[in-house]
Design a protein around this ligand. Structure first.
Ligand code: ZN
Length: 404
């Protein structure tokens, strides 16, 4: 059995120990050597908290601890190199990530305690992630409620309340207002003074002030309840700073105050939609005039006339709008193309009285130029890979010989 130095003191960063065993092992997808020590300050993964990593030094040799895990009463340090059994070592955890984990874990307990007290909802899942942390609740909360809960949590952080770890005896346990029913007899209780009591194996800060800040990032409906994403400590501050800078950039770009940024963006969106509509109306007028002109000078195409257009300024929607105007002219077939970002969009159209089999023409075009698309006898749309204009014209103009 390994003596667990982190259990009653989360601030033990290094310890002297003896190597009890060392065997090749693969755990959590990591290959290495499972090293058991007589005592350790390394926290093994558990209770939603990730494993500690760090270094074990024997004499002049150092090995990296890539992962720490518990098996029964034993704790194994998965190392990148083997260590000699029986030798004395110094084990040192990477304290910066561990302290961040302590901040998150204590923050999570306060958040869960406050949510239970204020909303009567239970934390049914906790995950510490690389980008953010989540708790899952057995009921719904709104973003406004989350905002109020966040303020209450941060008030408790500010009050710098002590956090206690204890192993109460069986008689004392029923008098403790535990957030969750205990599943084991010898329960380790983590208490945030006058806020939360929870059975937990994790490492915690000694005073809530060390958490610094808890920021709720998002609340989302999840499996009939709510998933709350949050950050603590330096990560929360960095996230706030990032978002502040983004808002600042937007405000410089819009020449407005932060509190006006959202309404300004909404205004710009509305203006853009209006301009798009106006442009589409102008384009329709332009397409009507152009179509008329092009149809007057159109070449013959079997029994019909062919209007062939390549204009890379036209969007796929423009092509359709233009095609509709061309098809309004008697006995006319339109073949319109526009190349943007290495892809050619096409629209084929025909007047109601035209003889051309439009779908056959579309299939012929797709086959000849490796394209995709289709439609009906009035309009066929699709896409082609890049091809020279002459080649496209050849494929269309020569097809009148085959397609009736
Ligand atoms: Zn916990």
């Amino acid at each position: 059995m390994t003596e667990k130095l982190y259990d009653l003191n989360s601030y033990v960063k290094t310890c002297e120990a003896e190597v009890l065993s060392c065997t090749p092992a693969k755990k959590n997808g990591i290959e290495g050597f499972a090293v058991e020590l007589s005592r350790t300050c390394f926290f093994p993964e558990g209770g939603g908290q990730p494993a500690d990593v760090g270094t074990i030094t024997a004499g002049n040799e150092s090995v990296r601890v890539l992962y720490t895990y518990e098996q029964g009463e034993q704790i194994f340090h998965l190392c990148d190199k083997p260590l000699e059994v029986g030798c004395s070592v110094c084990a040192a955890i990477d304290f910066a990530p561990r302290f961040a984990n302590m901040q998150i874990h204590s923050g999570e307990h306060i958040l869960s305690g406050v949510i239970l007290k204020e909303m009567g909802l239970h934390n049914v899942g906790f995950h510490m992630g690389h980008e953010f942390n989540t708790i899952d609740l057995d009921g719904e909360i709104t973003p406004e409620q989350a905002h109020q809960l966040e303020a209450k949590v941060n008030a408790i952080i500010c009050e710098n309340r002590p956090v206690f770890v204890s192993y109460p005896d069986k008689e004392a346990l029923p008098n403790i207002p535990l957030r969750k029913k205990p599943e084991v007899d010898h329960l380790r209780v983590v208490e945030v003074q006058d806020c939360d009591w929870c059975g937990c194996c994790g490492t915690h800060v000694a005073h809530t002030g060390e958490i610094g800040l808890l920021k709720i990032l998002d609340v989302q409906r999840y499996k009939g309840g709510t998933r709350v994403s949050f950050l603590c400590g330096a990560a929360a501050l960095a996230d706030c700073a990032d978002k502040c800078q983004s808002l600042k950039n937007i405000c410089v770009s819009l020449s407005c105050k932060p509190q006006d940024a959202f309404s300004n963006v909404e205004k710009l969106k509305a203006e853009l939609a209006e301009k798009k509509q106006a442009l589409a109306a102008k384009n329709r007028q332009l397409f009507t005039l152009l179509a008329k002109q092009l149809c007057e000078n159109a070449e013959s195409f079997g029994e019909d006339k062919l209007v062939f257009v390549i204009d890379n300024s036209l969007s796929a929607d423009d092509l359709k709008a233009f095609a509709a105007q061309i098809a309004a002219n008697e006995k006319t077939v339109g073949a319109l193309f526009s190349q943007q970002n290495g892809t050619i969009s096409y629209a084929l159209c025909r007047a109601k009285d035209a003889a051309c089999d439009l779908r056959a023409l579309s299939q012929h075009l797709n086959k000849a130029l490796n394209g995709k698309g289709g439609g009906n006898q009035e309009l066929c749309c699709g896409k082609l890979p890049e091809h020279p204009e002459e080649e496209i014209y050849q494929v269309i103009s020569c097809s009148s010989l085959n397609i009736k």
